[in-house]
Write a new protein. Structure first.
Length: 492
């Protein structure tokens, strides 16, 4: 049945009267905003000190892992988290629905932070990262999908609503590293990880109190898996876990090659996912065209995230080794640099939301927003070059560069999340959002790969090449915007 005629489709169901009680947006957006804030507090609080925990010496409270390997693990881990959103989206669309998956995932994330806080050494690191990674896969795509259920496909408030939701993400991203970073330098890494667990507990409580207020569409299972097929999928899951365990045991998967493995798996998963969606018999001709339009935008998104996510690899190392972080005689924790971007998001997200709302149908199309984002991101990397070779780079330099990061992010990330819900076929509502997160997975894993070519003593070639490649992709995307728009079949 065509998605335009499906009465169960939350994006096309009539909304009378239209809920505008939260700054012109649906009231439930505030609740999802709050839940995501606390989850991001915990995640970014943990990630802000993760690289330092791995490569700091044991005498400084760390694990003493080689810097290059540590940054590669950070990139691979981030890529793995976004990669596994496929699993969370599949479970939501075929087994439990977005609402239940989000709730159970939040519990798993909290358990992961507690593992990092209380289990020592590599065992605590591995257990914590696995639990947080698997939990985050269920939360990321489903939280975004639940926001999508609040709007009709033709509701011009969607991009503005996702920008507001994105601001909640970044309030958590601001506060998390400030709290965990201060606790880490004052009391040690494990106390910082414990604070992340407390933040996730707040998020879980918030969601538990408000989940009953979600619309009926949030509980809908888009494409239920027949009971006769469940044993087959359960066996496949067990086999996959066993295969990974064997690969680790025989050192086919190691800390050193993990980033490359994640990149390869994401590429294979992306091709397979596009093929599955396009081959599905329930997908209409219009829906299939829209999926094709998403392909070049997927690639652009992957390029963007390979640069943006270097905040937790190259820029984390840059902040620790190259920045003069002394303010009024006190050296701020290196992890606090990761809170600069969220500050700008909080300031500018409302501005961008207001611009998209005011322009309405006159706002630039998604391909144009993506292309400008890539150009701005390239300029940000070129802005590192004047400071190459400087003994101690002033904080204002990284503040300006991260301002450019933020502008690019607001042009692409919330817009991309909104686009995924608009282009999604009816049977793949949550899984289309997971496909967008695959682009984030690929980019994040590549941020760990790219980090191996960064040399603090010879910075100019690295920043020059990365910046120019991003600008070139942006220009190319702008040149092909018309055929992409045609394939989008009326979606802006």
């Amino acid at each position: 049945m065509s998605s335009q005629n499906s009465p169960a489709d939350p994006a096309t169901a009539p909304q009378t009267p239209r809920d505008t009680s939260f700054f012109g947006q649906p009231k439930m957006l505030l609740n999802l905003f709050s839940v995501e804030l606390w989850e991001r507090f915990s995640f970014y609080g943990m990630q802000g000190i993760l690289a330092y925990y791995m490569y700091y010496s044991v005498t400084r409270g760390g694990l003493g892992i080689d810097e290059g390997t540590a940054l590669g693990i950070v990139g691979a881990y981030g890529g793995g988290v976004y990669l596994s959103t496929i699993l969370g989206a599949w479970v939501a669309d075929r087994l439990l629905g977005s609402e239940k998956v989000l709730f159970y995932s939040a519990i798993m994330i909290m358990a992961g932070h507690l593992s990092l806080a209380f289990l020592p050494g590599a065992a605590g690191l591995a257990t914590g990262l696995i639990l947080i990674g698997v939990g985050s896969d269920g939360l990321k795509a489903n939280a975004t999908s639940l926001v999508g259920t609040l709007y009709a496909k033709d509701d011009e408030r969607r991009d503005a609503g996702f920008s507001i939701f994105y601001m909640g993400i970044n309030i958590g991203g601001l506060i998390g590293p400030l709290v965990t970073g201060w606790l880490q330098v004052t009391w040690g890494f494990h106390v910082g990880f414990a604070a992340a667990a407390v933040g996730m507990a707040f998020g879980l409580l918030q969601y538990g109190l408000t989940r009953k207020n979600l619309p009926e569409a949030a509980h809908r299972i888009a494409n239920p898996l027949p009971k006769s097929e469940r044993a087959k999928f359960a066996a496949a899951a067990v086999a996959a876990v066993a295969l990974i365990a064997v690969a680790v045991a025989f050192k086919l998967i190691t800390a050193e090659n993990l980033k490359w493995i994640i990149v390869a798996v994401v590429v294979i998963a992306t091709v397979a996912y596009f093929a599955v969606i396009l081959a599905n018999k329930t997908v209409t001709g219009v829906e299939r065209s829209r999926v094709y339009s998403f392909m070049p935008l997927f690639l652009a998104s992957a390029v963007f995230w390979s640069l943006f996510q270097q905040q937790f690899t190259v820029i984390a190392l840059y902040s620790d080794k190259r920045l003069d972080r002394t303010i009024l005689g006190w050296e701020i924790p290196a992890s606090w640099v990761s809170s600069i971007n969220p500050v700008f998001i909080i300031v500018l997200a409302g501005v961008f939301a207001a611009i998209w709302t005011k322009w309405g149908a006159r706002q630039p199309g998604t391909p144009v927003k993506f292309s400008v984002a890539l150009v701005v991101m390239g300029l940000a990397y070129l802005s590192f070059i004047p400071f190459a070779g400087m003994a101690a780079v002033p904080m204002l330099a990284i503040v300006f560069i991260l301002l450019l990061f933020t502008i690019a992010e607001l042009l692409l990330s919330p817009v991309g999340l909104s686009l995924a819900t608009k282009l999604a076929p009816d049977a793949f509502q949550t899984q289309m959002v997971a496909l967008f997160f695959l682009s984030v997975a690929l980019g994040t894993a590549m941020s760990g790969v790219l980090a191996q070519w960064y040399n603090p003593e010879h910075e100019t070639p690295y920043f020059l090449v990365v910046g120019l490649v991003s600008i070139a992709f942006g220009v190319l995307l702008f040149l092909v915007k018309k055929p992409i728009k045609k394939l989008m079949a009326g979606v802006i």
